[in-house]
Design a protein around this ligand. Sequence first.
Ligand code: PEP
Length: 257
Amino acid sequence: MRKPIVVGNWKMNLDHLEATYCVQKLAWLLRDARFDYDSCEVVVLPPFTSIRSVGVLVDADKLKIGYGAQTVSVTTQGAFTGDVSADMLAALGCKYVIVGHSERRKYHPEDDATLVDQVRAILAADMQPILCVGESYDERKKGIELEYAVGQVNDITRDLSEDEASRMLVAYEPVWAIGTGMVATSRTAQDAAHAIRRHFADAFSQAVAERVRILYGGSVTSKNASQLMSEAHDMDGFLVGGASLDPEEFDKIVRLT
Ligand code: PEP
């Protein structure tokens, strides 16, 4: 049985003081609502500079909120100015790292070979990659969105072992929906999640397909979360950007998942 998960991608927002406030408030809201953490995992992905503060707070208050990072270096250590290794993130208590977010693909030279190496580095450090895939508006207009997303998954995961593949999370995030206020329909999100899960069954095994968690991302808010989940046999939760910066809004999304 897969455990649902809601992940907040804070992008380049919230310094370490704001991050601490945000997590404290979220934990307080969830406690107030008697939220059952066994029913859904709650994770935030702060910028690098805020991870340590979030980790210290989580440890000190024994919070059940997980945390991770938004990207990682492909190398382990050495003369790579500005980079942060997977082992460094794991040492901070990170459990998840995003790979291939469309903003990283667009603004940084992160090609497929880099993404493959990032996935390997994350898995080797005992964390879990959250691989982001999804079509742009052009692919959508051509009606090839499912093939496109599945192709992206295949490009990055095809050389993994079954054990490695089963530790993947995939976020289907249509690029046209990220930060735009335009959201996929529940049918589109479910169809994409289903196609991705079927790919894992074909490329690896049914057992792998049943373990991989698949999320939807793209303008998720408390107003559309329940509707998005209404036909979700293959979706296991959300990757939330903008709405995760507001603890009250994020709390509602978590409780609707
Ligand atoms: C994201 O950046 O992963 C994302 C889904 O952003 P938003 O929720 O703001 O569309």
